[in-house]
Design a protein around this ligand. Structure first.
Ligand SMILES: Nc1ncnc2c1ncn2[C@@H]1O[C@H](COP(=O)(O)OP(=O)(O)OP(=O)(O)O)[C@@H](O)[C@H]1O
Length: 258
């Protein structure tokens, strides 16, 4: 693992008018690590994720990203073209609702292939071969390559969205409740797949979830948010086994016994 963070957030704040979406947020993400952001509904998780992935303007603070050439600029200092390039190549974003991250009316193969074309791949045979490989990696039969996601189940759509995001070998993936909209049995399969792929590819991931079981399964480090602020952060096992902040203790105590 590199000795330098891939993402560094300092004193981040986002206001909605006078209302604070999140404030006083500082943390680092290291290459190859999965960081979970947890907290109840309205605690500011999605606001934070959108700000650090450049999808939403911040009101204050810095978000620096380690470029492949070693530079560590604030996202706000990048040109629009550089930001678009990052979003297409170095980063992925897995939405809770697959329809937000897929093109529902083009084929599964094209959904994966168009990310490859965005990074310069032009050879039709290569694109189709790589798309087929990726469909199989996410357990979608190659025979479905020409089907549109509208004809897929929720779990298949989510797996396709994951393939579309990972095909370009990004370095950092943002995930917003990636299993939130799925049935429990389907969730387990998607989580297993995510865990395997993230480890195989050595990805850095920032995942937002309200589900502590998801955080336990996927993340090494955890950030707990309440009312727009971080109340506790640390290694996931430590936070869950020995929560120090009363709010984290409450969250942990509310996990149903399985
Ligand atoms: N566009 C907006 N305008 C005004 N207030 C907003 C806006 N988006 C979010 N908020 C407020 O900011 C706070 C944080 O919202 P956010 O969606 O980040 O929370 P969350 O933890 O992701 O919640 P959930 O798990 O329900 O998605 C909430 O009180 C919300 O009402």
């Amino acid at each position: 693992m590199s000795s330098q963070p891939i993402l560094s957030v300092r004193n981040l704040e986002r206001r909605y008018g006078a209302f604070i979406g999140c404030t006083d947020i500082s943390f680092d993400v290291w290459p190859g690590e999965v960081v979970a952001i947890v907290g109840e509904s309205g605690s500011g998780k999605t606001t934070l994720l959108n700000c650090i992935s450049g999808r939403m303007e911040r009101s204050a603070g810095t978000v620096c990203y380690r470029m492949r050439d070693g530079r560590f600029p604030d996202l706000g200092d990048l040109s629009e073209a550089e930001r678009r390039f990052l979003a297409r190549t170095d980063w992925g974003f897995v939405h809770q609702n697959p329809a937000d991250g897929l093109r529902m009316r083009v084929s599964a193969g094209a959904n994966v292939g168009e990310r490859l074309m965005a990074v310069g791949e032009r050879h039709y045979g290569n694109i189709r071969r790589t798309a087929t490989d990726w469909l199989e990696r996410v357990e979608i039969a190659a025979a479905r390559i020409d089907d549109q996601p509208v004809a897929f189940s929720g779990g298949m759509r989510q797996r396709l969205q994951i393939a579309r995001n990972l095909v370009t070998h990004p370095r950092l993936i943002f995930m917003d409740e990636p299993t939130g909209g799925l049935d429990v049995s389907v969730q387990a399969r998607v989580l297993d797949l995510l865990r395997m792929l993230v480890a195989d590819l050595g990805l850095a991931v920032v995942i937002v979830t309200h589900d502590l079981a998801v955080a336990r399964l996927l993340s090494q480090r955890m950030i707990v948010m309440k009312s727009g602020r971080i109340v506790e952060q640390g290694l996931t096992d430590r936070v869950l086994d020995d929560p120090r902040h009363p709010y984290t203790q409450l969250l942990v105590a509310s996990i149903p016994e399985s």
